[in-house]
Design a protein around this ligand. Structure first.
Ligand SMILES: Nc1nc2c(c(=O)[nH]1)N[C@H]1C(S)=C(S)[C@@H](COP(=O)(O)OP(=O)(O)OC[C@H]3O[C@@H](n4cnc5c(=O)[nH]c(N)nc54)[C@H](O)[C@@H]3O)O[C@H]1N2
Ligand SMILES: Nc1nc2c(c(=O)[nH]1)N[C@H]1C(S)=C(S)[C@@H](COP(=O)(O)OP(=O)(O)OC[C@H]3O[C@@H](n4cnc5c(=O)[nH]c(N)nc54)[C@H](O)[C@@H]3O)O[C@H]1N2
Ligand code: SF4
Ligand SMILES: [Mo]
Length: 689
């Protein structure tokens, strides 16, 4: 018989601002090819390199296909587990959760989840709904964008900014701590188009990334000093008489106070703090002062520092001073999340469903929460869509917590990860071709529907179905815990202006009410109470934060004892062929990425007697990891970097960069400070392959 081939539209589920629409080819039930949707205005027919090989992960021999129960010690891997039926596994989950609840109440249960899938159905509704109804601890989902979200809520009212496709209209584009070619690839063609129309492109990044190298200019400040840079630039813009005082008066509050602060930030002070030549600041200030519209695309890397909230506020203040929001393509954009009309919380915690009040636990502090910080203690942890053993700070402390005999851990996963090593129960989950989901985006304005196209391997089930079964095993009978995936998608779309039928027909639709080529804040109208953007926000005082836009230095910098003992600053940004830890076990992706490396400036390598290819121990008081030395002049003296999210179990020495990162909150939002880390690097014996 001839093979049957069908093509199914869907969405890339990964934690990436681009949320591509894809077309999946299925032959005789097997997913065989994947390509970007040529009609989608942001995807434009191409996926990225790493997702061109997504089907390796879907069809891989390493998929989990059956529930697994722990029968041996924690922390040693799959040898400690035996297969079980769904009924037995789910009963074991219910028993484990109940044992903790009987001793310490429902808040002893902590769901831990993040954006392994950005899908709202599988990721963000049924799981949180079940745990809210149970009265479990709420998870504060801070690991990625919390500082930026809090900063944007303060200054603009919500996470809003310029419309990304309209950047073609900009005449100056500043890519600020944003490595588009690795992490926001589909925004780059719009930048390139603006450039063809005459725009000048500046990248502000401590590293000479590919994006920086392909820009017209690269400005490389010391990490964590962006607020000082922004203040210096605003000072210069004002001194040049380029502040849009009319627009400032009509649409902002706090300009007088900010002016007084700018008096404290002459260019030479800002340049000294940032480790930059004063002429670099002067030229950039002049360029911004004289170019309308200027678009500032802000990445997330710069908000992984102690002063992150102030950094994002200070950058977000620049277009308020220049009046850039008047123009299509002008202003700042950090994330488009605040434009989408889908209200996930409303579906996760429906009004007609009781959810007892419960404490919140900050996910970025998981290592601390599991080792004494939480009272009552966390006695059960249910992990889905995340791999915290590889991705949260203070890995050694986290392992102490995960290894505790009286912690009951459940992990829903597609393949065996670092986190599975610590589980009592591992439950096999479906991947994107196998389940229904609905996506918004944090980099554009479209919603996308993903319909199931293939059958899952073995007994793998969608997260939603696993939670429905756990709810039943716990004896929870609320009908909302039996809603189907389609019900959840419909509930999410309710009131969004886009219907399920429309998406089922077209796959994607513009879903924010902001049109391409428009300037949504030209006349102010920010989503604050009075429609004005806030350069001064008195509400911040209660949180111990300076209400005025200002500068908070990095925590692990300066002329301190710590900085003398650990003289290198270390950042760990995103690697091009990885997606957090999601592909870090896939042969194709690992081969392109290479082993964990520590990139050192030639001066720093020479000072330590290290050469390319040497094995080195990267360490501080919290821990260490092993890495291959890469001597690299893409960085500056005193600044080392490595890519995030390798797996510990596949790394030499058995730990990753997160063995040296700290549990510490950003000034705003309670985010993590991955890039605010100091280390020393020393030669280590070569490791067997
Ligand atoms: N290929 C790939 N794509 C990804 C991911 C991935 O792992 N791989 N991860 C996804 C996720 S979860 C996220 S959150 C995004 C993150 O993507 P980005 O927002 O791009 O974040 P990072 O890669 O952490 O950092 C971006 C850049 O900021 C720079 N940087 C670090 N500290 C500072 C600073 O203090 N100031 C300035 N100006 N720049 C600084 C880094 O050198 C880096 O080049 O990407 C998503 N896309
Ligand atoms: N040192 C350092 N650490 C970092 C960062 C950094 O810059 N530096 N960046 C941080 C950032 S920005 C982020 S967002 C976090 C991300 O960290 P995590 O949220 O832990 O993300 P991933 O490592 O991608 O793990 C996602 C997991 O979800 C699983 N998954 C995907 N889809 C599904 C599904 O439908 N069902 C189930 N059950 N599982 C699924 C995947 O198999 C994968 O193992 O890492 C943070 N860690
Ligand atoms: S990871 Fe990002 S760029 Fe790659 S296919 Fe997915 S959404 Fe598109
Ligand atoms: Mo992230």
């Amino acid at each position: 018989m001839a093979p049957t081939t069908t093509v199914h539209p869907g969405a890339c589920p990964l934690d990436c601002p681009d949320t591509c629409a894809w077309q999946l080819t299925v032959t005789d039930g097997r997913a065989v090819a994947l390509r970007g949707d040529p009609g989608h205005p942001f995807t434009r027919g191409a996926l990225c390199g790493k997702v061109n090989r997504y089907l390796d992960a879907v069809n891989g021999p390493d998929r989990l296909t059956t529930p697994l129960l722990r029968v041996g010690p924690k922390g040693v891997g799959p040898v400690s587990y035996r297969p079980a039926s769904w009924d037995e596994a789910v009963a074991r989950v219910a028993d484990g959760l109940r044992a903790g609840i009987d001793r310490h109440g429902p808040e002893s249960v902590l769901p831990y989840y993040f954006a392994g899938t950005m899908g709202l159905v599988q990721g963000w509704t049924m799981g949180p709904r079940l745990f809210a109804h149970l009265g479990a601890s709420r998870l504060r989902t801070t690991i990625c964008t919390a500082a930026a979200r809090a900063a944007l809520a303060s200054i603009y009212g919500r996470s809003v900014g310029f419309e990304p496709e309209s950047v073609v209209e900009a005449k100056l584009i500043v890519l600020w701590g944003a490595n588009l070619l690795s992490t926001n690839l589909h925004h780059w063609p719009f930048v390139a188009e603006a450039r063809r129309r005459g725009a000048y492109v500046v990248t502000v990044d401590p590293l000479r990334t590919d994006t920086a190298a392909r820009s017209d200019e690269h400005v490389a400040p010391l990490p964590g000093t962006d607020a000082a840079l922004a203040l210096g630039l605003m000072r210069h813009i004002r001194d040049l008489g380029a502040a849009d005082t009319e627009w400032l008066a009509a649409h902002t509050t706090g300009w007088d106070r900010l002016q007084a602060r700018l008096d404290e930030w002459p260019l030479d002070r800002a340049a000294a703090v940032c480790g930059l030549d004063v002429d670099v600041l002067r030229r950039l200030g002049e360029r911004i002062a004289t170019t309308r519209p200027t678009a500032i695309r802000v990445g997330l890397g710069l908000q992984r520092h102690a002063g992150a909230g102030q950094a994002v506020r200070a950058i977000a203040a620049i277009p308020l001073v220049t009046g850039d929001f008047r123009h299509p393509g002008g202003g700042v954009l950090v994330t488009t999340s605040g434009h989408h009309r889908i209200d996930t919380d409303r579906v996760a915690r429906p009004a007609d469903m009781p959810a007892p009040p419960a404490r919140s636990i900050n996910m970025s502090r998981l290592a601390a929460a599991l080792t004494g910080e939480a009272d009552p203690p966390v006695t059960s942890l249910v992990v889905f869509d995340a791999n915290p053993a590889a991705t949260v700070p203070d890995q050694n402390r986290l392992r102490q917590g995960l290894g505790c005999a009286d912690l009951f851990t459940v992990v829903l996963e597609q393949r065996w990860t670092d986190t599975c090593d610590w589980a009592d129960v591992v439950l096999p989950a479906t991947m994107q071709p196998e389940h229904l989901d609905l996506h918004t985006s944090y980099g554009h304005h479209y919603a996308t529907l993903n319909l199931p196209a293939t059958v899952a391997p073995g007994q793998a089930l969608p997260n939603t179905e696993i939670f429905r079964r756990i709810a039943a095993a716990l004896g929870l009978e609320h009908p909302r815990l039996r809603d189907s995936d389609t019900d959840l998608a419909r509930q999410l779309l309710d009131g969004s202006g886009v219907s399920y039928e429309e998406l089922a027909e077209a796959t994607y639709a513009r879903a924010t009410g902001v049109e391409v080529g428009t300037a949504p804040y030209a006349k102010g109208d920010f989503p604050t109470r009075d429609g004005r953007a806030r350069l001064y926000d008195p509400q911040l005082t209660a949180q111990g934060v300076d209400p005025l836009v200002g500068y908070t230095p990095p925590a692990e910098a300066g002329d301190t004892e710590l900085a003398r003992r650990f003289p290198l600053a270390l950042i760990s940004p995103a690697g091009r062929y990885l997606m957090n830890s999601t592909f870090a076990s896939q042969p194709w992706h690992l081969e392109r990425t290479g082993p964990p490396r520590i990139h050192l400036h030639p001066d720093d390598a020479a000072a330590r007697g290290l050469a390319d290819g040497d094995t080195a121990r990267v360490h501080n008081d919290r821990g260490e990891f092993l890495a291959t030395v890469a001597v690299d002049d893409a960085t500056r003296p005193g600044l080392a970097f490595t890519y995030k999210a390798y797996w510990a179990r596949l790394s030499p020495g058995g730990s990753t960069v997160n063995a040296v990162t700290a549990v510490r909150d950003t000034d705003l939002g309670g985010g993590p400070t991955f890039h605010d880390t100091r280390v020393e690097v020393r030669a280590a014996p070569a490791q067997p392959a």
